[in-house]
Ligand binder design. Structure first.
Ligand SMILES: *Cc1c(COP(=O)(O)O)cnc(C)c1O
Length: 398
């Protein structure tokens, strides 16, 4: 029986496992920076590529290989490389592919550090970059009427959960000569498969749902074997954004329970979105699984679930949002996401502080907006906590 033909949950427990001579049940941890050779000839053959042998953990390590194979199996990708952080993955995917004189088009609603790379770092390196309204296909058509080398998007986007039409954007990107890179963190590999929708490369912050228990940082890049091996790998090997073997092991363990955690958090998120929408303090809820989401039909077509993230805009602006967050007892204030614990953040004063009020207004991030990363706790406890905190906020601002 080939593992590739088995169900997803099975692949996530067994995929990529390589047992050592000791026959351990759980994957061993290979905490070693280097590897030894049986002979000078074997070392030579390893360096010429005639023999397969690990050389140095910056280039590869059994824990990294196990994680890469399991992630590739999950995504349905030909190949995967893992990195120290999600940003190392995004940075690697972009800078391994781009050269001075190239042009990049990106959706405006990007994770803060991705926005910085596109708006600040790329132009410094002589790479032209342009932002578009990711939900407006006419804006994409206008920007991609000129040749481009790479397109970067995120869907659902952070923090307002915009849904971008990945298949349509892939077509426009390819017609302009560009490769489409999708940051798939918010959807998770379980609820959206960008490669099947026409994307060329998928990137993850494994820090989020893949670890899912708030322990380690990690990243992954997935795509075609030729591109991964010939373009990405030489870049990653030499810049040194390598994932620690221990962190790779933690992420392997995270993948085993990913379907359970994402399913529970998604059920909770759908219920809490409805719960919040019914409270008088809440002006608007954004959740891709709700019929009132502006791109609900697209979300239903392109995703297999509404995700674990939601945003809500409170009546009363920043004072209401702060009073609400400070009154929460179970939900913690944190800018992290994709954790088993429910976490809340106020994007305007934290994750999206640096982009300034005009850009925030363009992205629809109001001063009353909060972003909730829903965890796997009992949903009744979360609902009670949100209600009592909204009530307190209501009393506080009158
Ligand atoms: C967290 C995150 C990143 C960056 O990942 P790190 O692991 O923090 O480097 C990139 N994109 C999205 C959408 C994220 O949520």
């Amino acid at each position: 029986m080939a593992l590739e033909t088995m169900g997803l949950a099975t692949r996530l427990v067994h995929g990529g496992t390589q047992r050592s001579q000791f026959g351990e049940t759980s994957e061993a941890v290979f905490l070693t920076s280097g590897f030894v050779y049986d002979s000078a000839e074997q070392a030579e053959a390893t360096f010429t590529g005639a023999a397969e042998h690990y050389q140095y953990t910056r280039f590869g390590n059994p824990n990294l290989t196990m994680l890469e194979d399991r992630l590739a199996m999950l995504e349905g990708a030909e190949a995967c490389r893992v990195t120290a952080t999600g940003m190392a993955a995004v940075h690697g995917a972009l800078l391994s592919h781009l050269t001075a004189g190239d042009r990049v088009v990106a959706a405006r609603a990007l994770f803060g550090s991705c926005h910085w790379i596109v708006s600040t770092l790329l132009p410094r390196l002589g790479i032209e970059s342009e932002f578009v309204d990711g939900c407006d296909l006419d804006d994409w058509r206008r920007a991609l009427a000129r040749p481009a080398r790479l397109v970067l998007v995120e869907s659902p986007s952070n923090p307002m959960l915009d849904i971008l039409d990945l298949a349509a954007i892939a077509e426009l990107a390819h017609a302009a000569g560009a490769m489409l890179v999708v940051d798939n963190v918010f959807a998770t590999p379980l609820q959206q498969q960008p490669l099947r929708l026409g994307a060329d490369v998928v990137v993850y912050s494994c820090t989020k749902h893949i670890d899912g228990q708030g322990r380690v940082l990690g990243g992954a890049v997935l795509g075609r074997r030729g591109w991964i091996e010939d373009v990405l790998q030489p870049f990653l090997r030499n810049i040194g954004a390598s994932l620690s073997p221990f962190n790779a092991w933690v992420l392997l363990k995270g993948l085993e329970t990913l379907p359970l955690r994402v399913a529970q958090a998604t059920r909770n998120a759908a219920m809490l979105a409805d719960h919040l929408a019914g409270h008088r303090m809440v002006a608007q809820v954004r959740y891709p699984g709700r019929a009132d989401h502006p791109q609900h039909a697209l979300a239903a077509r392109q995703m297999q679930g509404g995700g674990t993230m939601l945003s809500a805009t409170l009546r009363g602006g920043k004072p209401a949002a702060f009073a609400f967050m400070n009154a929460l007892r179970l939900v913690a204030i944190s800018n992290n996401l994709g954790d088993s614990r429910s976490l809340i953040t106020h994007p305007a004063t934290t994750t999206h502080m640096r982009i300034g009020p005009e850009e925030r207004a363009r992205l629809g991030i109001g001063d009353g907006a909060v972003r909730l990363s829903v965890g796997i706790e009992d949903v009744a406890d979360l609902a009670d906590d949100l209600s009592q905190a909204l009530d307190q906020a209501g009393r506080a601002i009158g």
